[in-house]
Ligand binder design. Structure first.
Ligand code: DQA
Length: 159
């Protein structure tokens, strides 16, 4: 099972930027914790961070063929990017969107996410722990998809 974690603009500044909103933890520390969970559960995991919309679109497209699930925090692009939304919809790989902060309790422009609308689920307002919750949710989603595929194969074999 392979999961790709995609982090949008300014998330490389975690631990420095607006600590009263995003907390003191650095992105590398969040990724270390995710790697630990992945290792313990036999999950292959890759991380990608970019401040550029097109690079995020490219990385989503590259998931085609070898990735079972995407965990994505598109950051500010959540609220603006039709291109990232279209890429997520195009690849048809289950995605979970994570926001460290509760975007629904913040400025009005943050309360709508264009990208969340094409995701299987959303975690918001749980801080770095939200990424852990997304990992658990993603393993469940992928297991359910694999079980459904196996059941379908069995049905076909039985004619
Ligand atoms: C964020 C929320 C966004 O509105 C903001 O632009 C970010 C971070 C979050 O994780 O809470 O950069 O995605």
């Amino acid at each position: 099972m392979k999961i790709v974690v995609i982090q949008g603009p300014n998330l490389n500044m975690l631990g420095v930027r607006e600590q009263h909103i995003y907390g003191p933890m650095k992105l590398e520390q969040i990724h270390e914790q995710m790697k630990h969970f992945a290792n313990e559960n036999g999950i292959d995991i890759e991380f990608f961070q970019s401040n550029l919309e097109g690079e995020i679109v490219d990385r989503i497209q590259e998931c085609l063929g070898d990735t079972h699930g995407i965990i994505i925090n598109p950051a500010a692009y959540s609220h603006t990017s039709i291109a990232i939304r279209d890429a997520l919809a195009a690849v048809q790989i289950p995605a979970i969107e994570v926001h460290l902060s509760n975007i629904h309790a913040r400025e009005e422009f943050r309360q709508k996410s264009l990208t969340a609308e094409v995701c299987a689920g959303v975690v918001a307002g749980m801080g770095p722990f939200g990424y852990h919750l997304a990992m658990i949710g993603m393993t469940q989603i992928i297991s359910e998809i694999q079980a459904a595929q196996e059941a379908e194969q069995q049905m076909q074999q039985q004619g």
